[in-house]
Design a binder for this molecule. Structure first.
Ligand SMILES: C[S@@+](CC[C@H](N)C(=O)[O-])C[C@H]1O[C@@H](n2cnc3c(N)ncnc32)[C@H](O)[C@@H]1O
Length: 288
């Protein structure tokens, strides 16, 4: 077994990124094994800080600067991909990896079952990305609209939806301000699939989601980076692959400890059910 690679300092994170990036280019088969050995173990936040407060958030954003060398802004969530190529072969098919394709398809099936939306219900998907989940739901009659900060996804989802003969309108908006401008009691479901962990505004997002939900509506978080034993309530995801993505793309890849997430749900007025999936991307937390 190879040794774990503990990254403590900004310099160690930079050296890890350089090595991983060189492998990604020259030896892709060794890349994954290398990044999976690494874990970021930064100095912990002060335990007296409120995880919803400004000092705590500043600690998270300082770690982000350590990894990227710059400040975080939502513009860093941009995706640099070639639209023409990926319109033909979107994620997960573009990976060419049986494991990745299978994992996504299984997760999508599990999440659809867990949400259990009826045809005609209105769903708002936050961070729709490739639109794979939204399009499958639209195909059996669920009304679904979406928010994403990246305009390329708006165009890509329009093309994919057209091919499937469904409508999935995507609004280019930021999560929190997008929810804030929607009227009360508009949706049956607000859904995040692998997207909630890109925002630092956890409680505010849940409170706004609750406001826009109709009575009896549900907030679904699926496939998020939730760790029961994370060393801190929330912060940068310490896994090697997440650290690599943060440094490469500038995306905010967070991990949240489960008790912190449950506390956010409850402060926002939800009771929560956890549904286990056959893989991490299929795990759902449903707030009612
Ligand atoms: C990991 S992707 C998940 C994509 C999608 N749910 C899927 O399964 O393909 C996260 C998505 O959230 C979007 N995003 C990240 N932060 C955002 C924000 N603050 N406001 C709106 N969209 C955001 C990104 O552009 C990206 O499409």
């Amino acid at each position: 077994m190879s040794r774990m690679l503990e990254l403590r300092t900004r310099q160690e994170v930079a050296a890890f990124f350089d090595e991983a990036h060189a492998l990604a280019i020259t030896e892709p088969s060794a890349f994954r094994a290398y990044v999976d050995r690494a874990r970021w173990t930064p100095d912990l936040p002060n335990s007296a800080w409120d995880p919803h407060g400004p000092e705590y958030r500043a600690w998270v954003m300082e770690r982000y600067r350590d990894a990227t060398g710059h400040e975080y802004g939502v513009a860093n969530e941009a995706h640099a991909f070639d639209e023409a190529t990926l319109t033909q072969k979107p994620y997960p098919y573009n990976t060419g990896l049986a494991q990745e394709v299978g994992m996504q398809l299984v997760a999508i099936g599990t999440v659809i079952q867990a949400i259990n939306a009826r045809p005609g219900e209105l769903v708002l998907e936050m961070g729709v990305g490739w639109g794979n989940l939204a399009i499958q739901m639209a195909r059996y009659g669920v009304d679904i609209e979406a928010i994403d900060i990246e305009p390329k996804f708006q165009r890509l989802v329009a093309i994919q939806a057209d091919r499937a003969h469904v409508r999935v309108p995507v609004h280019v908006e930021e999560f929190l301000s997008g929810l804030q401008r929607r009227p009360d009691a508009s949706y049956d479901v607000v859904l995040f699939f692998e997207a909630f962990h890109h925002s630092p505004d956890h409680l505010a997002l849940m409170q706004e989601a609750r406001r826009v939900l109709k009575p009896g509506g549900r907030l679904v978080l699926a496939g998020e980076a939730i760790e029961p034993n994370l060393e801190y309530p929330w912060g940068l995801n310490p896994s090697g692959i997440a650290v690599y993505s943060i440094a490469l793309h500038g995306w905010l890849e967070l991990a949240l400890r489960e008790d912190y997430l449950m506390d956010c749900f409850s402060r926002a007025g939800f009771t929560t059910e956890k549904i286990m999936g056959p893989n991490a991307a299929g795990i759902c937390y449903i707030g009612r």
